[in-house]
Design a protein around this ligand. Structure first.
Ligand code: NAD
Ligand code: ZN
Length: 359
């Protein structure tokens, strides 16, 4: 399966398949055969779980640099270490980098590629469900002690190779986390798709064929949006549905305790409650969606663990907050996102409502 991504700065494709790594890499033979060096950046967990399959199926010589697992790779120290590795390997502008991992490796590697010698080409090889989102669209970043994803660049890959064989070693928690972004993509684009997801016995146990179909739909939504708005001036903001409140929960917990997508799911329910005041969605829908999320094991107990005052610090730090007014993505109805300015008092009322609903 192929999904074209046509942004203003660059055009490329996401190719999606199962156990097709060799063939997919060979699709880039023209460019790779001209490269003077191929470098793979990955993290320790991904390499332990999938390094063997990768090595057996990667059709060219490469050098690998192994980062610490997950979010721990998105630091200045690891950015520096990766750049040092590229310099030691005498990489040039003719070299090629592969980001082999989840969203964390993808974000770090993209930023390394964007800045090494002012930019060298890279290919995303995502290994998580969440990365159907993060590997597409060219947002790259590392974290600063004062804020997540604060240092980065818009920099598109040469392509994205999504081999679903890599997903076999994901924990249930990581499947749950990544699936929240799929659900988000359904909510901002397609009511029937969302209803289909909500009717499934479980969204965590799709078979390989179903999962590939779901991922393709999610990638299409993302590709469509970034084609229209690469640098988040307009419709790309819609991808932040659930993220304002979600990020506050994720940050209050200390990154890693509540997984990104788990926090996003908590934020999606918050946005539904807020949306009730503006559009056509009602409490019956919010309740049904909450039941669906609980059935799939999303950890709503996190909402009780932090007071609204604790969340406020992080809500105010949101990149979209201006002059103390928060910008929330809400839904007029399913498939119709809108950006709405909300003041803190209203946020607090809805937060209180949320806590009552969960009690
Ligand atoms: P991740 O990359 O941290 O991976 C989650 C965990 O699973 C890590 O411990 C990782 O080592 C491990 N892992 C990854 N693939 C595995 C596999 N196949 N088998 C076994 N273990 C595996 O997390 P993620 O959820 O993929 O991505 C989250 C990151 O993505 C965050 O840093 C977030 O900021 C970023 N993000 C970026 C964008 C974007 O547009 N650039 C969008 C959404 C999220
Ligand atoms: Zn997200």
């Amino acid at each position: 399966m192929r999904v074209p991504v046509a942004t203003k700065s660059h055009q490329y494709e996401v190719v999606l398949g199962h156990q097709f790594l060799t063939k997919a890499i060979q699709g880039f033979a023209d460019k790779l055969e001209k490269a003077d060096k191929l470098i793979v950046l990955t993290d320790a967990n991904v390499w332990a779980a999938q390094g063997e399959y990768f090595t057996l199926n990667f059709p060219y010589d490469f050098e690998v640099f192994i980062l610490p697992g997950g979010e721990a790779c998105k630091t200045f120290e690891q950015y520096n270490a990766a750049q040092t590795f590229l310099l030691e390997q005498k990489c040039s502008r003719k070299s090629f980098i592969f980001a082999f991992g989840g969203g964390a490796v993808g974000d770090l590697t993209g930023f390394v590629a964007a800045t090494y010698m002012r930019g060298i080409p890279f290919i995303q090889i995502p290994t998580t469900i969440l990365a159907h989102d993060s590997a597409v669209g060219g947002k790259t970043a590392i974290n600063h002690p004062l804020g997540k994803n604060m240092i980065g660049a818009f920099y598109q890959p040469e392509g994205v190779i999504y081999d679903t064989a890599f997903l076999a070693s994901l924990s249930e928690r990581e499947i749950r986390s990544g699936t929240a972004e799929l659900i988000k993509h359904a909510m901002i684009s397609d009511r029937l798709w969302l209803e289909e997801l909500m009717a499934a016995d479980s969204v965590l146990h799709f078979n390989q064929h179903e999962l590939a179909e779901q991922l393709k739909k999610g990638i299409e939504v993302k590709a469509h949006i970034v084609a229209e708005d690469e640098t988040e001036q307009s419709v790309r903001k819609f991808l932040n549905l659930g993220h304002t409140y979600g990020h506050a929960i994720e940050a209050a917990a200390g990154y890693g305790k509540v997984a990104h997508g788990e926090a996003v799911m908590i934020g999606l329910v918050y946005c539904l409650l807020l949306s009730e005041q503006y559009g056509k969605l009602d409490r019956a829908f919010t309740t049904a969606f909450l039941q669906f999320a609980i059935k799939n094991g999303y950890p709503f107990e996190a909402v009780y663990e932090y007071s609204f005052e604790q969340l406020t610090t992080y809500l105010m730090k949101d990149k979209k907050t201006e002059y103390g007014i928060l910008q929330f993505v809400l839904l007029e109805e399913i498939g119709k996102p809108v950006v709405q300015a909300i003041d803190l008092a209203q946020c607090q009322e809805v937060d209180a409502e949320y806590r009552k609903l969960l009690a």
